[in-house]
Design a protein around this ligand. Structure first.
Ligand code: NAD
Length: 361
């Protein structure tokens, strides 16, 4: 029986990398019935919302989705569809494996880090107040009442950073359970608890509390986020599973993507209880839209994670091996993986997918 999967092609380079992924996943022989639905700015023009209810309904029905990147307008316009999907479906854990494959240029020998990013709160919660509005003025007034020592310039814009016990406990537990499942040795909690004593302080306290349940099985340590950035670019091989609040997770994910060959390589998954949405770490890279230029690897590796999640472990391993072989050979790869980005031997998105499908067979 075919397994139903929701496919959201996205915009920018999304449709190209999505098609490449769909072809590679199908080439494994796993029976998938794709339910294709659309979200993003084009949909906004037609339907008045960038995230129509039919998209959420489809994912709620199939419980598994894979999605191309979707552009978020900067500063004004609609809020992020990507963030809305994670919140609406309570996809509280963002899983981003960062593995260095042979054939990728890197100053390091071995990197195999799993990033576990909290997905529902922090400065990403979208609780913001525009400068100069009565709402912002009221918040400032209330803050001054509650904390007369607080210092603010006039008319600040305000973003709220909620960090809760519940969300922290479940994300740290998810990180430890991932470490156990993947036979990892260590979980590192990343924070800025020295400065943000309430929010990050709570994150660290809860992480330490959860870690006690895994004593003797998984090691635990913590790092301040700025130090973590430096450690990762100097000694990434020392890190195993990282667990972070939402914003640090976002930033460190791109840093780690840079360590393993760039955004074109880094896959991801957003996971809730019994529901999952797979997507690359990268965005819609609008300047490459329609050029058959973007690297499809990140989204194909997100397809590898999806097959694994669907219980198709053998197919998932075969597809990952095929990607690894093409990367190792280094011939049929996109421009970003060549040592000279203008190398004329670089292939396009669909040709790289062809090579992966050939390696699979
Ligand atoms: P981006 O990831 O789209 O692009 C940054 C740069 O990385 C690109 O210029 C390109 O050089 C490179 N790059 C990214 N993906 C690549 C690929 N597959 N192959 C080769 N090179 C690749 O980040 P951005 O420019 O900050 O964001 C563009 C848009 O995407 C924004 O609207 C942003 O909000 C959105 N975005 C969406 C998601 C998502 O859908 N989950 C994630 C991140 C950003």
């Amino acid at each position: 029986m075919k397994r139903k999967v929701t496919l959201i092609p996205g915009d920018g380079i999304g449709p190209e990398v999505s098609l490449a992924t769909q072809r590679c996943v199908e080439a494994t022989g796993v029976g998938i019935e794709w339910e294709t639905v659309h979200a993003g700015s084009d949909v906004m023009q037609k339907k008045g919302t960038p995230l129509p209810e039919e998209v959420l309904d489809s994912i709620r029905r199939t419980k598994v989705a894979i999605k191309g990147p979707i552009t978020t307008p900067v500063g004004s316009g609609f809020r992020s569809v990507n963030v809305a999907l994670r919140k609406e479906l309570d996809l509280y854990a963002c899983l981003r494996p960062c593995k260095l494959y042979e054939g990728i240029r890197s100053p390091f020998q071995k990197i195999n880090i799993i990033i576990v990013r909290e997905n529902t709160e922090d400065l990403y919660a979208g609780i913001e107040f525009e400068s100069g509005t009565p709402e912002a003025a009221e918040i400032v007034k209330k803050i001054m009442e509650l904390n007369p020592k607080a210092k603010m310039h006039p008319d600040p814009a305000i973003s709220i950073k909620p960090i809760s016990y519940k969300a922290t406990e479940r994300i740290v537990r998810f990180a430890f359970e991932t470490a156990l499942r993947e036979s990892r040795k260590k979980v590192t909690a990343v924070h800025k608890a020295n400065i943000m004593k309430c929010t990050d302080g709570l994150f660290l306290r809860v992480a330490k509390e959860v870690a006690k349940n895994y004593e003797g099985k998984i090691l635990f340590e913590d790092r301040i986020v700025d130090n973590m950035c430096m450690q990762l670019v100097q000694r990434p091989e020392e890190y195993d599973v990282l667990v972070l609040p939402n914003l640090y997770g976002d930033i460190i994910s791109d840093l780690c993507a840079g360590l393993i060959g760039g955004l074109g390589i880094a896959p991801g998954a957003n996971i809730g209880d019994g529901i999952a949405l797979f997507e690359a770490t990268h965005g819609s890279a609008p300047k490459y839209k329609g050029l058959n230029k973007a690297n499809p690897t990140a989204m194909i590796l997100s397809g590898v994670l999806m097959l694994d999640y669907l219980g198709e472990k053998e197919a998932s391993q075969r597809l990952e091996n095929a990607v690894a072989q093409v990367l190792k050979e280094g011939h049929s790869v996109t421009y970003d993986l060549k040592s000279d980005r203008n190398d004329p031997s670089a292939v396009g998105t669909s040709q790289m997918a062809d090579a992966i499908i050939k390696a699979l067979k």
